[in-house]
Design a protein around this ligand. Sequence first.
Ligand code: PLP
Ligand code: COI
Length: 339
Amino acid sequence: MQDINWGTLPFGYFKTDYNVRCYYRNGKWGEVETSSSEFVSIHIAATCLHYGQEAFEGMKAYRGKDGKIRLFRWQENAKRMRKSAEGILMAEVPDDLFFEMIVKAVKLNEKYLPPYGHGASLYIRPLLFGSGPQVGVKPADEYMFMVFVGPVGPYFKEGFNPVTLQIVRDFDRAAPLGTGHIKVGGNYAGSLFAGERAKKEGFSSVLFLEAKEKKYIDEAGPANFFAIKENSYITPKSSSILPSITNMSLMQLAEDLGLKVERRKVAVEELDGFDEVGACGTAAIISPIGKLVDRENGKVYQFCKDGKAGKISTKLYEKLQAIQYGDEADTHNWVTIIN
Ligand code: PLP
Ligand code: COI
């Protein structure tokens, strides 16, 4: 194994030793297989290749000060993957199989799990796709579920420092009655053009608006949006955003800190009145947003004027990470220790 500089890991693909696979054939899931190959061999007419029958999850394993490996709310990822499967007519992965495979993938690659204290973790990527052939637009008869892992650092190179987002109005990530609420590959394909353009124009990511009226904030490309105003934690309610497990947890932690939690439509103009804004997700953790620019009208919304994350965002970030790494009591029963 090469020497890994844990403190400077980017968020990206990292080759590890093993991945774990399982096939759904003839109406049932088969044996769990271990592979050391980074490749899969699939049918040329597999539905994932033609009709986008694919869903994935993103989660992390954390190494505590005590050396123990912790998973954060894996049951929620398993549940969301079942919802994604249901939404695009794929075979559902039972929770016990999901758990068995993520644990196996983590344990087989334990040497890649970053040691405590570098802000790094082992990213776990479960994916499910139609592997059986169809040429007509129909769901496959066969599915493959696999899990690979890799050590990662922060999603945005800024880490826990303010990022700049671009508000776009000429692209939608997902339609109100589409697939935005589940984690299917097509949503990400749909976000690429606007996302890459934003990067070329100097932004970390895009902030999408709700597609129908373009009045309300939906979410960022890879993360949910939240705002702090006085004593409230505010986050959009919309049928086209992904229900983020991080956001769900932050809402609870905000409540624990005595904040009022508001999950409601959030109009773009409200940005003027917010004290702090941020993006949250497994990969992003909390990324404080320092500036938003509306691409269409040039309007600028400025936050973190001292260049630092806001007080409440910082508190929430520290609290969440402390639970994930096992530094603080897991009072909500979110953590599963897998040693
Ligand atoms: N929104 C989108 C579009 C995402 O891809 C993700 C990442 O999973 C999130 C939000 C954050 O969700 P979670 O906190 O469950 O990782
Ligand atoms: C995550 O936060 O885990 C994600 O999956 C976001 C992105 C990498 C798609």
